[in-house]
Design a protein around this ligand. Structure first.
Ligand code: ATP
Ligand code: LTN
Length: 331
């Protein structure tokens, strides 16, 4: 029988998931769970590259797990776990780090951006962040990585590291492919629609959080920056409107062209009201599910403990091979 493809992805537990995270990544995670072996990780060690308050961090991490489940991921079908519960991630990260050049890491745009923004804490974890990400992916011999467009560069590096390892030590890792949505791979900030919507944005009006209340969603969409053309068109010259059309399209399944023709001749006011309605309709069941999961900490614990156990076994299989290939003495 043909081996099912392995899918791996993750998000950092910082802040709260945004509509950008959902449309760019989680919507595809759910789609892929049907026919693939999927691992969906909460990459808590990656979050430590920025200083976290320990109490708050613990809460956010658990809340992320509930958000994964609330967005519809089935814990029976998928392996859902915390990165820090499977120590092979950091072990492989060290080994891959010894096969990654400083020059390669220096080219990473996320490192440049994040070190600009955290000038007082440009730590070595921030620099080697992409190596840990490569380890996450390669540890499970992943074939497909569903992420947003901003992760393209990191995935290219992962592919280079995998190919280099295979060349030096023998065929070990499949070369993973990126999997992005056709439309919605980069949802933009509502306030600066030429910039990506990001959960760490300080301007709260820029992002729609999956946890936002209905009133807040209406306010944020009403305030979304548009332009003075007053024509609903899907084009780069109107990035604010284009972004709202994208959101509308991704949440309803209508194509961008269908959304445009539906609102032909209509004003921005009406389009924004309807877009807010579409978002609210989508968020309503999400919030209900989230609250149900948060009332059930035993279930949450069962999900992440089972997830870690299953992930550990797969990870150890790969590590036995990697240690062998590298000439490390087996335990
Ligand atoms: P941060 O601001 O903390 O860096 P983030 O919002 O970029 O966070 P991540 O945890 O880095 O979120 O990303 C989780 C997943 O969501 C990744 O696959 C990423 O590519 C995707 N993603 C993040 N923002 C967007 C966006 N605006 N549009 C589409 N996909 C996105
Ligand atoms: N760097 C990613 C999060 C991440 C990830 C991964 C995504 C860490 N490890 C492995 C896919 C596969 C981000 O979105 N910032």
């Amino acid at each position: 029988m043909k081996r099912k493809k392995v899918v791996f992805s993750g998000a950092q537990p910082t802040g709260s998931l945004t509509l950008g995270n959902y449309i760019g990544a989680l919507q595809n995670w759910k789609f892929l769970e049907k026919e693939h072996n999927c691992l969906y990780c909460i990459v808590d060690l990656h979050s430590l590259t920025v200083r976290q308050d320990p109490e708050e961090f613990r809460k956010i991490s658990l809340s992320f797990l509930a958000q994964y489940l609330a967005s519809g991921l089935d814990p029976e079908k998928n392996i859902i776990f915390f990165q820090s519960h499977v120590p092979q991630h950091t072990e492989l990260s060290w080994i891959l780090g010894c096969n990654t050049y400083v020059g390669e890491l220096n080219r990473m745009t996320q490192f440049k951006d994040k070190s600009e923004r955290n000038r007082d804490n440009v730590n070595s974890g921030l620099f080697t962040y992409p190596v840990l990400m490569a380890a996450d992916i390669l540890l499970y011999k992943t074939d497909l990585v569903p992420v947003g467009e901003d992760q393209k560069q990191h995935l290219e590096l992962t592919r280079d590291i995998a190919a280099r390892f295979n060349n030096l030590y023998g065929e070990t890792f499949p070369i993973p492919e990126i999997y992005t949505p056709k439309i919605g791979a980069k949802i933009m900030s509502l306030q600066e629609p030429t910039k990506k919507m990001s959960k760490s944005d300080e301007n709260l009006n820029s992002t729609i959080l999956l946890m936002d209340s209905e009133d807040i969603v209406v306010k944020k969409i009403k305030r979304a920056v548009t332009d003075s053309e007053n024509v609903i068109a899907y084009r780069d010259e109107q990035p604010g409107i284009k972004n709202l059309i994208t959101i509308y399209s991704c949440l309803t399944g209508l194509s961008a062209e269908e959304v445009v023709s539906k609102y032909e001749g209509k004003g921005y006011g009406m389009f924004k009201t309807d877009t807010a309605e579409v978002v609210i309709e989508f968020l309503r069941p999400f919030r209900k599910n989230y609250e149900d999961y948060m009332r059930n900490p035993d279930f949450i614990e069962k999900v992440y403990k089972t997830g870690a156990q299953r992930a550990y076994e797969l990870a150890e299989d790969t590590m036995i091979l990697v240690r062998e290939r590298m000439g490390l003495i087996q335990k």
